[in-house]
Design a protein around this ligand. Structure first.
Ligand code: BGC
Length: 740
């Protein structure tokens, strides 16, 4: 798989260079502005139907598949206007329908470097979720949308919302955490931000792509009620809020059928229960059939034509796939192009990305997303008059790590730790925002020295001679594989142990894709989780370390002490016998197409719901995050009719700060749920001594249960317990309401 991707990347680069040379030719064509479907007073559906009537059978087929990674590798011709992204669906120029230019853009626009373009690296999506700030999520999407637009794309294929059912999932940094309401809300606002730029948005990978190990062969088993109340709920919320142009179906199987030909997932739930009007696009090379996939609800094969090219034409001619189904596919694609404004506001000609605005926005999101996990004896914030600091590890003298795979954004100037050398797929890329530099700026008169951390003894010696030690540790994660355990890689636990023994004033800064275990947690007084912090990560981290910014992030995911506390101690398929050729087993399984089951028998009870109902103590709880001030909660009242809860938050400390106030509800006993659900929250900014009354409204969907009999949501009558506080494990206020 990795080799394949590498070859693909090389070939696409060559191909797009050729394509771009041709793209410079002036465009000419019919004046399509006065065509009837350009009448903006008609609805997107009416306009799509008017276009549909004009299309020849071959033009219809053109719109339901495209080129991109894969076929280009085989040497397929590159269309003249190819934009260099992961995919392109040819347009119908005679009717004014543009090509769909698709770009990976999970945490910023990918593949900018081969086109000599710039793209902003945002903090990880998990970080954006840690801000618990819908406005930050919206801004996140806006950065992506406006940079896609500047670069001539009209579709984002980001919008990942697969839940953190397993904290070792290799793509967690692309996803907004473990809770369906927080994750769905975050991605919904992100999609709004993308689409406000008249760029088609996407939500992915639908559904249950909750591990990367054997991702193209794993067969997920999960009962339908639990499915609706967990993974699918995140998609439902994200789609309701964001109205994405497309849904990308995933690689894995669900209950024996591939997600991209799964009638229950696509036709029944997505287009039936949720009445989704947009189109379903396959993950790259995740289309497995023509008739089955078309009838199950897949609307676009990407990339390639082996299923939705000539074979689909034949299947429609023979009646195996009804003409109406092909028309429906095309209608959905056209409708999305129209509804998002991608036709009325084309993203050509290109402009230049504003890197300064991108950097400011990335820094703002990073500063809201970094979570202060521990702060014993007020070790943080550091004083600007600190005399000496030992900064250790994780290339903190050069930059900050980013996540890989199709979420990799190209670093300005190249990889900060290997400038001037092209980066290979699977290699960690550092962005040039060196924490060391910004730490020095905050403490200009301190002696600040760097030790690379490769030798724990040398690092300990450096720490011993300094007043404070700040140890940076990182964990590279990328699509195609999971973290085999929760432990930090490369013996970094030993580094922290050694440094924290040498200096009691040790602060650990984690730059990780995922939650990690911390065998040293008791020895270290200060811990910050910075996720992958993006292009301004160094500044953001330094601003929090020195208190220029008061931390306000809260965990969107539970940190477990060890794998033994998780619903599944091992990732499914990880430890099956290796197949050979030195490749990790799960790639071999993918090559061989050997399916294996993943039995999600924990149902909807994972993350904090698992820890709470199993009475297990997490390392750090979902919703946890400290500040340099303190807050007190009082006076909760709840109103079942208005669906509101009201309470007061007071800043009881010495600094201004922003508290994420969290509201949870436990359903009546008839639900058989032995855990609380997160139902609402609000960021509340408070000066020292200030109080604010907060009223949160609860969306009925978030307290509904899925009734399999009626195939619908319902609200159970009975007693609901409402709790408010600062984390899932710190809920000082409780009230009861009864629903008749
Ligand atoms: C990933 C998708 C991505 C696609 C195109 C696939 O391997 O799973 O998330 O959009 O590649 O690069």
């Amino acid at each position: 798989m990795i080799l394949q991707k590498l070859l693909t990347a090389l070939c696409l680069t060559a191909a797009t260079i050729a394509g771009n040379a041709q793209a410079k030719k002036p465009h000419s064509g019919p004046d399509t502005k006065s065509m009837p479907w350009m009448n903006t007073s008609l609805s997107p559906d009416q306009r799509a139907d008017l276009v549909l009537k004009q299309l020849t059978p071959d033009e219809k087929l053109t719109l339901v598949h495209g080129i991109g990674w894969g076929p280009l590798r085989e040497g397929d011709p590159v269309p003249p206007n190819n934009n260099g992204g992961a995919g392109q669906v040819l347009g119908i120029p005679r009717l004014g329908i543009p090509s769909i230019q698709q770009a990976d853009s999970a945490v910023g626009v990918r593949m900018a470097a081969p086109e000599s373009r710039y793209a902003t690296l945002l903090p990880s999506v998990l970080g954006a979720a840690a801000s618990w700030d819908p406005d930050a999520a919206h801004l996140y999407g806006d950065v992506i949308g406006r940079e896609l637009r500047a670069q001539g794309y009209n579709q984002s294929i980001g919008g990942g919302v697969d839940l953190a059912r397993d904290p070792r999932n290799g793509r967690l940094f692309e996803y907004p955490g473990e809770d369906p309401v927080l994750a769905g809300t975050t991605v919904g606002h992100l999609i709004m931000g993308v689409q406000q730029n008249h760029i088609m948005g996407d939500i992915k990978h639908y559904a249950f792509n909750d591990q990367e190990t054997g991702r193209t062969v794993v067969d997920v088993h999960l009962d339908r009620k639990a499915a609706h109340e967990s993974d699918l709920l995140a998609f439902e919320i994200g789609i309701n809020l964001g109205h994405p142009a497309s849904v990308m179906c995933s690689y894995n199987k669900y209950e024996g059928d591939w997600a991209c030909e799964n009638d229950w997932l696509l036709n029944h739930v997505l287009k039936g229960n949720w009445k989704y009007p947009g189109f379903v696009v396959s993950d790259w090379e995740a289309t497995h059939s023509t008739v089955k996939a078309a009838k199950a609800g897949l609307d676009m094969q990407m990339p390639g034509e082996e299923h939705f090219g000539a074979p689909l034409k034949q299947a429609v001619q023979s009646g195996e796939v009804p003409q109406a189904r092909l028309d429906d596919m095309v209608h959905r694609i056209l409708r999305s192009l129209i509804a998002t404004g991608a036709i009325d506001h084309p993203s050509t000609p290109r402009t230049v990305v504003d890197p300064f605005k991108g950097r400011d926005d990335a820094q703002h999101i990073a500063e809201e997303s970094i979570v202060l996990l521990k702060n014993a004896n007020g070790i943080l914030p550091l004083s600007p008059s600190v005399r000496s600091i030992a900064v250790i590890g994780a290339h903190a003298d050069m930059g900050v790590m980013s996540g890989g795979g199709s979420a990799q954004v190209d670093a300005p100037g190249g990889n900060a730790i290997a400038p001037g050398r092209p980066t290979k797929w699977g290699e960690a890329v550092y962005f040039p925002s060196a924490p060391l530099k910004y730490i020095r700026e905050h403490a200009p008169s301190a002696k600040v020295e760097f030790n690379d951390g490769t030798d724990p003894a040398a690092a300990a010696a450096a720490a011993k001679s300094a007043e404070v030690a700040v140890v940076f540790v990182d964990q590279y994660m990328s699509e195609g594989g999971d973290a085999p355990t929760l432990a930090l890689p490369h013996r970094q636990d030993a580094l922290i142990e050694a440094v924290s023994k040498a200096n009691l004033h040790t602060v650990v800064v984690l730059i990780t894709g995922n939650p990690v275990s911390m065998p040293w947690v008791e020895q270290v007084p200060g811990i910050l989780e910075a996720w992958y912090p993006g292009i301004a990560g160094g500044q953001a981290i330094a601003n929090l370390l020195f208190g220029a910014v008061n931390p306000s992030g809260k965990l969107p995911i539970t940190f477990a002490k060890s794998e033994a506390d998780l619903p599944h101690a091992e990732i499914f398929g990880l430890n099956r016998p290796k197949g050979g050729a030195g490749l990790p087993e799960h790639w071999v399984a993918q090559e061989k197409k050997v399916s294996f089951p993943a039995d999600y028998n924990e149902g909807a009870r994972f993350g904090y719901k698992w820890f709470d109902s199993e009475h297990k103590q997490p390392l750090f709880a979902f919703g946890h995050g400290l500040s340099y001030t303190t807050y007190a909660y009082s006076g909760l009242t709840a109103d079942a009719t208005a669906r509101t809860a009201t309470f007061t938050v007071r800043n009881t400390g010495q600094r201004a700060g922003t508290e994420v106030a969290e509201l949870y509800i436990q359903l009546p006993s008839a639900s058989a749920e032995n855990f609380r659900r997160l139902v609402a929250w609000q960021r509340v900014s408070l000066n020292p001594g200030e109080s604010k009354q907060v009223t949160l409204t609860v969306d009925p969907l978030f307290v509904s249960v899925w009734d399999t009999g009626s195939d619908a949501w319902k609200i159970l009558p009975g007693d609901y317990t409402v709790s408010a506080g600062s984390s899932s494990r710190d809920l000082p206020l409780t009230a009861k309401v009864t629903v008749q």
